[in-house]
Design a protein around this ligand. Structure first.
Ligand code: ADP
Ligand code: MG
Length: 167
């Protein structure tokens, strides 16, 4: 699926990364696949916490390190995968990722380990360490996901803010 760069964002705290997740979660539709890439400590789980908030999920998101997938109920359900835990892409079929995409939004940490599943709507975020509490986040989206994100004024404002949140 064709992805284009939507924004290069900098956050200066975990709270800002979580807030970015919240704004994106609010704008998402069922069927979206969100691929999270970047090293340990980059902020993938932190972002996912915000995403859950934006999807109207009340319970707390924890890292799915000891579970292959976790499901959260909300305005839209969230299925949280960690591809680091999987040996082969065929495990995604066993875990019925296709069902998950029909039932809600799917977010995957270490998503670059396997090709993305078939989905209507694909987002990719790459987290790069830029200092103790600073991260660079590249956001890419397919046309459909980009259109969904563009509908959110608050997200558009955030994405056009200067780096480091110095508004
Ligand atoms: P990952 O899931 O990519 O391994 P986590 O979200 O679990 O990363 O961890 C990120 C760590 O970095 C947390 O301890 C968080 O508090 C810290 N942190 C510091 N600054 C930021 C930032 N700007 N964005 C995200 N996390 C940050
Ligand atoms: Mg994590």
């Amino acid at each position: 699926m064709e992805l284009r760069i939507i924004a290069d964002i900098e956050t200066v705290s975990a709270a800002e990364t979580e807030e970015l997740g919240r704004l994106i979660g609010e704008a998402l539709e069922r069927g979206a696949f969100i691929a999270l890439e970047g090293d340990l400590g980059g902020g993938k789980t932190t972002f996912t916490r915000g995403l859950a908030r934006g999807l109207g999920i009340a319970s707390n998101v924890t890292s799915p390190t000891f579970q292959l997938v976790r499901e959260y109920e909300g305005r839209i359900a969230l299925f949280h995968f960690d591809f680091y835990r999987l040996e082969t892409a065929s495990e995604l079929v066993d875990l019925d990722i296709g069902y998950c995409l029909g039932a809600g939004v799917v977010v995957a940490e270490w998503a670059d380990r396997f090709p993305p599943p078939e989905s209507d709507s694909l987002l990719r975020l790459r987290f790069d360490w830029a200092g103790e509490s600073r991260r660079r986040i590249r956001l890419e989206a397919c046309p459909r996901a980009a259109a969904a994100l563009e509908k959110s004024d608050s997200l558009r404002l955030r994405l056009s803010a200067p780096p480091g949140g110095e508004q």
